[in-house]
Structure formats: C-alpha cells, structure tokens
Design a protein around this ligand. Structure first.
Ligand code: CP
Length: 312
C-alpha cells in the first residue's frame, strides 16, 4: 500500500505520479465495498473521528466524505460554516484549532478562498483534506476523475483528454490538468476567450483552443465543466442559449471524438447548457460512475492519511 509523504491532502500538484497511482489502487479496493451489500466489512477507521467543515455549498463532495468516514467505521460530524461560530467572527485558525481539540483525526474543508486549506493545515496537528479551495484545486475530484478514466480506458499514456467549459473559474480543471500531465495524458483546454485564464498558452504540454470541434476531434475522454451561473452577471458570454449553441456538447458534435469516447462532468450539471440532456443520459456518460468513484477515492484518502502516511 502507498504511503503518502505529507500530513495532508491539499493539492494534486504536491503528489507524485506514484502517489496518485497508489491512491487509485487503494480506491479500487474501497470501491468493492461501496458497490457491495455490506458497507461495514472494513472498519479500519473504527474509533477515529472525521470532521467536515464546509464554507461553500456541496452535494457530492460533502456527502461522499461523510459516507466514506462512516463506511470505514469512523464517527463524523458536519460543520456548516453559516450555522457555526464562524458567523460570529471566529477566525479559520481558531475554528480549526477548536475542532482539532475535540480529538479529531482528520478535517475535510471546502473554502471559497484559494489557499485556505494550507493555512489550516499549518495550524492543526491532524491531516487536512482539501475539498475545494476557491479557484485553486479540488484534489479528490481529480482523483475520482482519474479513477473513472483508468477504469474505462485502462491507463493514461497518450490519451487525448479535452476539458471544455469555464476553465477560468474551475478548480477541477486545474487539478485534472496536474493529474493528467503527471500520468502521461495529452490535455486540451477549450473555452470561450472570456472563460480562459490569461496567458494560459504559456503552460507547457497543454493545447488550448476556443473551438469545441477542434477539442473534440479524436478525443478519448471529454470532461465538461459547469458554467457557473453566478458568474453570468459579469457578462462573460451573451446567454445560456448562445453558450449551448457555440460550446455545448451534444450527440452530434461528440461524434467528432473517438468511437469509444467517454463524457464526464464533475457536477452539478446545467442540463441543456454545457451538456444536452440526450448526451448526459446516453451510454457515453460516466457522470453517475464518477459519483460512485468519488466515495471510493474519499475512503482511500481518509484511510491512507489517518492510518498509513509516512512518519506518523
Ligand atoms: N463536484 C463537486 O464538487 O460537486 P459538489 O459541489 O456537489 O460537491
């Protein structure tokens, strides 16, 4: 079993290729539990405590971390920032220290500010797992995406992966890019000019295009990203209808990709905007499988960080 070199899981950038592969191997074992009729068959975290601290909304990440902890026998508590003493002005560091002082073995945190998990990790003795920080990273999303790709394609070397949508605001795009580059895939970022980071062309070993047809041509894997409704007020594209017409994925344009292409999306999906309903509900979509793999990956990283990290 792989031993992770750090106390925390903060970003994919910090992980080696071997650590990523080792997490995926362990997640594959955990997946057998997720799809089985006996979720309590491995109680490796019995007697441990996992606290889940979210400063932003979530369905998939928060629930799957909570279930992951419970499936492995840990006790877990959800702390919604809006209903906690954060709303009375308590700082992130003080909040983290108080949570750690309850005998906590790991803190899972989502925060709107890029870098917040690094600040928390420096100030608490237990592992911190980044569940998404600002525009920066979403490492467990990338790991579940890698597990989904590996299960469908058998590996990464030479795969063409097109990541399409709101790249500018996407922490998933960043984490997926680091993971795919380390694992040997070829990545294309595709988005409208206003949805691409400035100077993105400077990033090495990355294709960039504004033309969806060019991105889809010959792709093995297509990852669509959520168009962030909350950004629409900034006028980054004319309308959702226009976006769907120019950049949306549908059964017609996906034919430009390889015959055995898979389509993924981190969720939540705006049906009919970044993906047509017909494509989302078709056999090429792996979106539900991604969610199953998410629970598996989160079980794996909780077990590795609490029970198996180097020097613990
Ligand atoms: N993919 C993802 O992070 O979804 P949630 O916001 O529902 O957790």
């Amino acid at each position: 079993m792989v031993s992770l070199h750090g106390k925390d899981l903060l970003g994919i950038r910090e992980l080696t290729k071997e650590e990523i592969a080792g997490i995926l191997d362990h997640a594959e074992e955990m997946r057998k539990i997720v799809v089985s009729g006996d979720k309590a068959q491995n109680q490796t975290l019995r007697g441990k405590s996992v606290q889940i601290l979210f400063y932003e909304n979530s369905t998939r990440t928060r629930t799957s971390f909570e279930l992951a902890a419970k499936y492995l026998g840990a006790s877990s508590a959800n702390i919604a920032a809006a209903a906690s003493s954060v709303a009375k002005g308590e700082t992130l560091i003080d909040t983290g220290r108080n949570i750690a002082a309850m005998g906590t073995d790991a803190i899972v945190m989502r925060h709107p500010s890029s870098g917040a998990p690094w600040l928390l990790a420096k100030n608490v003795p237990c592992p911190v797992l980044n569940a998404g920080d600002g525009l920066n990273e979403h490492p467990t999303q990338a790991l579940l995406d890698m597990l989904t790709i590996r299960r469908c394609k058998g590996g990464f070397e030479g795969l063409k992966v097109a990541i399409v949508g709101d790249i500018l605001h996407s922490r998933v795009a960043r984490s997926d890019l680091w993971a795919l580059q380390k694992l040997g895939a070829k990545v294309t970022f595709c988005g409208l000019r206003t949805l691409l980071p400035r100077d993105i062309e400077q990033v090495g070993n990355l294709e960039v295009t504004q033309d969806v047809r060019e991105a889809l041509e010959g792709a093995d894997v297509v990852i669509a990203l959520r168009i962030q409704l909350e950004r629409q007020a900034a006028g980054l594209f004319p309308s959702f209808g226009e976006y769907a017409r120019v950049s949306g994925l549908n059964p017609k344009n996906i034919r430009l990709a390889k015959k055995d292409v898979i389509v993924m999306h981190p969720g939540p999906v705006n049906r009919g905007v970044e993906l047509s309903s017909a494509l989302m509900d078709s056999g090429v979509s792996q979106i539900t499988g991604q969610v199953t793999n998410g629970a598996s990956v989160r079980m794996a990283v909780l077990d590795l960080l609490i029970n198996h990290r180097e020097g613990r």
